[in-house]
Write a protein that binds this ligand. Structure first.
Ligand code: RNT
Ligand code: ZN
Length: 422
């Protein structure tokens, strides 16, 4: 209680400081509480899924580490996600992949998946007031062994994956209908070549045709939104990726789809924070895969670094919150997986709060008037305003642990639950 009082007092002082800059901390918190971040299921089990426990991860993806306690069943994964969510302020979303279907032990091919195979996930999300998002899984499957799925020149393989894409949109639609908030169903494929291709054109033409087939049937955007995710390269597909940035940017613009920007899918000095305002002039909505590439698309846990802050600033400064869906995409198996979710999501929310606490109008006026000296000076001074006091207060009011108090809770969970898993 003493501690709570101290947090309230610090907040009240911080509020006065921000007020001097024309920033209303209450309004910022209010806005923040309405921002949902989509937590990706795959941090919980190293992108394993439940289709085939022996299937290795491929598609040019790699998870490193062997931390004990990985979720082995949907029940364990939901319990772990519940634990993480209880340590994160606000109401968020959960992002599933097709390989997380629950088929009651029966083998259901991916092109045969139905909404009923996700009914337990839907019930779980509903009981927590959460929306779901979805992804077809175009990897870790024998039909992806050639390295090509939707852009395959084998008609049988291509057709299989088109059918999978169609099935997944219907699942997304069912999720959206059931939960009253559209599912963003995101298409990412691994297709590409390890070595230099002769023909860069044909796979892209095939991919385009496959996407057209997947998206033929209109679905009410109230229930499902289609997104397409580009990539620069994958492990084992270093020389050519059919679904490159230019390809999907063009596709999304021409076909009114959401573009998904993954922070790790560009050249190392490119940043998605600069792309948001560029592409939103041409697509209605975006999906973000907030990730942290370290030298390559390594999918490290998101931290409160400059790029994360810059992404959040762009969303707030541009007033894009209604047009951008924030999803997380990282997978680290070298640390406690529940903690990974909590760290990454809390950082994403912190970055949003920082952006909401910016004296944006004042900074903008300085820029417009050409006073770049003051723009730089003010920009640097506001970096040390008492942000932490506002964040602590938000956690307190949201009923989640303040500061580092959540770490012990995760450690307890590790001792009592995770370490007892085989
Ligand atoms: C892969 C893409 C994709 C995946 C998930 C598992 O590089 O980022 O989003 O991470 O679909
Ligand atoms: Zn991604």
């Amino acid at each position: 209680m003493e501690k709570d009082k101290a947090i309230e007092q610090s907040y009240s002082l911080a509020r006065d400081v921000y007020r001097q800059y024309g920033v209303d901390t209450h309004a910022a918190i209010d806005k923040l509480s309405q921002i949902g971040v989509s937590l990706h299921c795959w941090q919980g089990d190293d992108v394993g899924g439940f289709e085939n426990p022996d299937a290795g991860l491929d598609g040019g993806l790699a998870v490193t580490g062997n931390y004990p306690g990985k979720a082995r069943t949907p029940g364990e994964l939901r319990a772990d996600a519940d634990k993480a969510l209880s340590l994160i302020p606000g109401t968020h979303r959960f992002n599933l992949h097709a390989i997380y279907a629950e088929t009651g032990g029966r083998k259901i091919e991916r092109n045969q998946l139905q909404p009923e195979h996700f009914s337990a996930w839907i019930d779980w999300a509903r009981s927590r007031g959460m929306g779901l998002d979805f992804n077809p899984t175009f990897f870790s499957h024998p039909n992806a062994d050639s390295g090509f799925t939707l852009s395959s020149n084998d008609e049988g393989i291509r057709r299989f994956w088109v059918e999978h894409g169609i099935a997944c949109r219907k699942i997304g639609e069912a999720m959206g209908k059931a939960l009253g908030t559209p599912a963003v169903t995101n298409v990412w494929i691994p297709d590409g070549y390890k070595d230099i291709p002769i023909d860069r054109w044909s796979p892209r033409q095939i991919l385009r045709k496959s996407l057209d087939e997947i998206f033929t049937e209109p679905i009410d955007p109230k229930h499902n939104l289609d997104a397409v995710e580009s990539k620069l390269f994958g492990i084992g597909a270093e020389s050519y990726t059919a679904g490159s940035h230019e390809f999907y940017l063009g596709y999304a613009v021409a076909n009114n789809k959401l573009l998904c920007l993954d922070a790790g899918h560009f050249h190392p000095t490119e940043v998605i924070s600069d792309k948001i305002s560029a592409v939103l002039g041409f697509v209605d909505e975006l999906l973000l895969h907030v990730s942290r590439p370290v030298r390559w698309d390594s999918d490290h846990v998101v931290i409160l670094d400059d790029e994360l802050k810059a992404i959040a600033q762009q969303l707030v400064r541009g007033d894009f919150l209604d047009r951008v869906h924030i999803g997380l995409d990282f997978f680290d198996a070298s640390i406690n997986r529940v903690a990974a979710w909590v760290i990454g999501t809390r950082c994403m929310i912190k970055a949003m709060l920082m952006a909401l606490l910016e004296p944006f109008d004042e900074l903008r006026q300085l820029e417009l008037s050409g006073d770049f000296t003051s723009r730089l000076a003010l920009g640097e001074e506001i970096k040390t305003l008492p942000f932490g006091a506002v964040w602590d207060y938000y956690c307190l009011k949201s009923g989640v642990p303040v500061q580092s108090a959540w770490i012990d809770i995760v450690k307890e969970y590790e001792k009592g639950i995770l370490n007892k898993r085989g």
